[in-house]
Design a protein around this ligand. Structure first.
Ligand code: FMN
Length: 283
């Protein structure tokens, strides 16, 4: 992945940066980012994204109430489009997070923005087609040393620094039986990287059930009722799932653990009220 350090270090380094130095990023950096997007544009379910780095966005005053009203000093935004289909949010989550980790490694700040984002300016700049959507965007810029008051407030309310415990996220053979770090064996770091992932409103909806006999990790979502994504038409928690798959796969591969993603039939996965996404079949 052309990174300067182990991916788990970059995952730990990333945070949602909402205060930037008012300084444009040099053209060679945006070129580097764009060339990386071209080589890393496909998600685990085969969906493909295209990306633009947008500068000098002409945001209408009413758009300031959009979520990037909380973003200060960013001069550039990275936005991607993907063809609408059932799995496009998971694919986009995977692809965009991989990109965000690459940008983090370049020393720049980013912040997933999807919630109440006004997409019209991005859509027109990207010449969005009828069958495409922009699930999320991110500012890209130089990190300001001190966080703005707005940023401190939003981090406080989202509880951004906190993550759920292992026992709430990872299960052994069946939902409800917690998986210990010891039982996770060589997969302890990939799972820990899922735990540290960013998620919309920091809801951390990912759940994993490990079938230790068959060496399979079944990924699920425990959806929050507050995210009525059908009403929003934007599946933020589908993006969260894609981010989790990205962290898991990148750290697993780096550790030499091989496997592949496969959607299994209902009789091959443990019965649970969680929503099934996909399984990692270790080999
Ligand atoms: C899919 C997704 C959508 C998000 N949308 C927004 C957003 O609209 N506005 C915002 O300020 N932060 C947004 N975030 C950032 C989360 O609030 C943040 O990741 C979480 O609080 C954890 O904090 P951290 O990223 O600093 O680790 C989003 C994150 C994800 C993964």
């Amino acid at each position: 992945m052309e990174l300067s350090k182990p991916v788990n270090e970059i995952i730990r380094q990333r945070f949602s940066c909402r205060t930037y130095k008012n300084q444009a990023i040099p053209a060679w950096i945006s070129d580097k980012i764009l060339s990386y997007t071209r080589e890393n544009s496909v998600g685990p379910f085969g969906g493909r994204s295209r990306f633009h780095v947008l500068e000098n966005l002409d945001l209408a005053p009413n758009e300031k109430i959009g979520t990037y009203g909380f973003i200060t000093g960013a001069s550039a935004f990275l936005a991607g489009a993907i063809q609408k289909d059932e799995k496009c949010f998971v694919d986009y989550g995977f692809i965009f997070e991989k990109l965000i980790l690459y940008i983090t490694d370049l020393g720049l700040g980013t912040c997933w923005l999807g919630g109440t984002l006004h997409r019209s300016e991005f859509a027109s700049k990207m010449e969005l087609k009828a069958d495409e959507i922009i699930p999320a965007v991110s500012p890209v810029g130089f990190i300001h040393e001190t966080r703005s008051l707005k940023e401190k407030t939003i981090r406080f309310f989202a509880g951004s620094a906190k993550r759920k415990a292992w026992a709430e996220l990872f299960f052994h053979n069946q939902a409800g039986t917690s998986l210990s770090e010891k039982e996770a064996g060589s997969y302890v770091i990939p799972l820990e990287m899922v735990r540290l992932a960013p998620s919309a409103s920091n809801k951390q909806p990912w759940r994993v059930i490990y079938d230790s006999q068959k060496q399979r990790f079944h990924f699920f979502l425990e959806r929050s009722k507050s995210y009525d994504w059908l009403k929003m038409k934007m599946d933020m928690q589908g993006l969260d799932a894609g981010i989790a798959l990205c962290h898991f796969e990148l750290t697993a591969r780096e550790a030499g653990l091989t496997g592949k993603w496969e959607i299994l039939s209902p009789d091959e996965i443990p019965a649970t009220s969680f929503e099934y996404i996909v399984s990692w079949i270790a080999n």
